[in-house]
Design a protein around this ligand. Structure first.
Ligand SMILES: Cc1cc2nc3c(=O)[nH]c(=O)nc-3n(C[C@H](O)[C@H](O)[C@H](O)COP(=O)(O)OP(=O)(O)OC[C@H]3O[C@@H](n4cnc5c(N)ncnc54)[C@H](O)[C@@H]3O)c2cc1C
Length: 497
């Protein structure tokens, strides 16, 4: 084991080189510049898994267009609570990124964030009634006050010409429109944050380094065994705090740690496919993220969308996602990931979750065997004139849906992000995916509150936090003046006008 462990200078290990580790590293280093941090990434590139641009949809999830955040009850009433929570969390991320832009850490915000309108689109009487009610409920809240609603074909044509072109004029359709939605390249953002971290004293970023084990020993809270994949040698690093930001690779590592809080978790991998447009004329004719309703039985992350992107400075267009199946937990992972993750403590929850989600299983099986023509047929719902030759298939990132032990049901499938921390606050990890990267700052602040409770309560940490996120701790939805001021300030700093 390396002998540089010093109890007086807390040493942090961040496992994984995605947006989560990058964000936590920057937060921690700015809260306490004395901290020393080692970051280990198994691949040769940083942010090459879920955080990379083509591996996710790049939607700045602010609940403007995602209909799964506003479920309707049996009586048709819309529950806006989740949408408000996500919109407020996205404002926290925007404030943090704006601070990074203002302080020169991210000198060119347009490299990772752009303004792209967010549109929800529905058809059929049922869909229109749902969207109209959703608009009525949401637009009464300050966070969504700029939302527009229309059923008029002329207006919809202006918002999304491709979606209306060639559509049956007798079909009843409706849409909402928020002009100040965003598209985010989380890969570019993460790599810029790592470059900044690497320039700071006391931080080392190691690519090609795979963490193979995390265990306790007498001296340090944790010992991390790392394998150098270039020189084929292993070493051990002692740490006061370990963050497992390994995306799909988090579950197997959590199982190694043996903390009681990890017991009963299982993971079910779902891979994704996009239809990626290759015709520049079509790409330039669309400028919006158009989200629809998920098919019956479909998981929330399978909500179809026709989505304008800006990747490496160029406009792009994708449609999807279509679900696929692989037993890998990471795109660059092993087919043994799923079988090796099953043990005595999670076998029953996994079987039980499977039995309780038969419609989901049927949906996934149907998606896996879908033909090119069937995918084109789904695209026609959003772009009636689409031609197969303008689109090619592209493999998206791998998601590992969390299965959690449940006293009543045996095991339940969770679609959000699960934060797991050791009781003594020396280890934390994230399981699951959605809404993920967009709300990364709030998720990691939750980890800081749980694991650095004392430090977060002292003046200099809370003062620094307010420098980074001036509206931190305030509910912007309840303070319209502060919301307006915050949005204007962050839009200026991130050049979103
Ligand atoms: C299809 C799809 C669409 C999505 N769309 C959106 C969206 O529109 N908006 C949004 O906000 N979020 C979206 N997400 C979610 C978002 O991509 C994730 O929440 C986010 O990228 C997770 O970041 P991460 O750092 O936890 O994981 P990752 O980016 O996957 O990073 C984990 C890293 O850990 C490394 N690693 C794994 N195991 C080890 C190990 N043992 N040792 C060392 N390194 C290891 C991996 O190689 C990887 O680089 C989407 C995800 C998917 C899959």
């Amino acid at each position: 084991m390396e002998d540089d462990f010093n109890e007086n200078v807390p040493h942090i290990v961040l496992v994984g080189g995605g947006i989560m580790s990058a964000t936590l590293g920057v937060l921690l280093k700015h809260l306490d510049p004395r901290l020393t941090i080692d970051i280990f990434e198994r691949l040769d590139n940083l942010a090459a898994e879920s955080s990379d641009a083509w591996n996710n949809a790049g939607t700045g999830h602010s609940a403007f267009c995602e209909l799964n955040y506003t479920p309707a009850g049996n009586d048709g009433c819309i529950d806006a609570a989740k949408a408000i929570e996500i919109a407020e969390k996205f404002e926290v991320s925007r404030q943090f990124w704006a601070w990074l832009a203002d302080t020169g850490v991210l000198p060119d915000p347009s490299a990772f964030i752009r303004r792209v309108p967010h549109v929800s689109f529905v058809w059929g009487e049922d869909g229109v009634a749902y969207l109209k009610e959703r608009f009525r409920v949401l637009s009464a809240h300050p966070l969504f006050a700029d939302m527009k609603y229309s059923e008029a074909p002329d207006v919809l044509r202006q918002w999304m010409p491709l979606v209306m072109e060639g559509r049956d004029p007798s079909q009843c359709v409706a849409a909402t429109y928020v002009e100040h939605g965003t598209d985010v390249d989380f890969g570019v953002l993460a790599r810029a944050l790592f470059a900044h971290l690497d320039s700071l004293e006391g931080v080392s970023v190691h690519t090609h380094h795979e963490v193979r084990n995390i265990f306790r020993d007498g001296q340090a809270p944790w010992v991390v065994r790392v394998h150098d994949r270039v020189y084929d040698v292993s070493r051990e690093v002692a740490a006061n705090f370990v963050f497992i930001g390994a995306g799909g690779g988090a579950l197997p590592l959590l199982e190694h740690c043996g903390i009681p809080e990890a017991s009963g978790y299982g993971g079910f991998p779902v891979s994704g496919l996009w239809l990626k447009c290759v015709n520049p004329k079509v790409i330039s004719a669309h400028h919006a993220k158009v989200y629809g309703r998920a098919a019956i039985g479909a998981p929330p992350m399978s909500v179809p969308h026709l989505d304008s992107r800006v990747i490496r400075g160029e406009k792009a267009l994708l449609f999807g996602p279509f679900a696929g199946f692989s037993t890998k937990f990471l795109k660059e992972g092993s087919y043994l990931d799923l079988p090796l993750s099953i043990g005595l403590d999670n076998l029953l929850p996994m079987i039980s979750a499977g039995l309780h989600n038969l419609t989901l299983t049927q949906y996934l099986v149907k998606q896996v065997f879908e033909s090119e023509e069937e995918r084109l047929h789904e695209l026609h719902d959003y772009y009636p004139n689409a031609r197969l030759e303008d689109w090619e298939l592209s493999v998206a990132g791998q998601r590992v849906q969390v299965i959690r032990k449940d006293d009543k049901e045996g095991g339940i499938l969770c679609f959000g992000t699960e934060v797991v921390t050791a009781h003594d606050g020396t280890l934390a990890t994230l399981l699951g995916a959605s809404p993920g990267a967009s709300t990364s700052v709030s998720i990691l602040l939750e980890i800081l509150h749980r694991c650095f409770a004392f430090e977060m309560s002292v003046d200099h940490w809370s003062e620094r936090l307010l420098e980074m996120i001036p509206g931190y701790g305030q509910h912007l939805n309840e303070n319209p003046a502060l919301l307006k001021q915050t949005r204007a300030r962050t839009a200026r700093a991130l050049r979103l006008h």
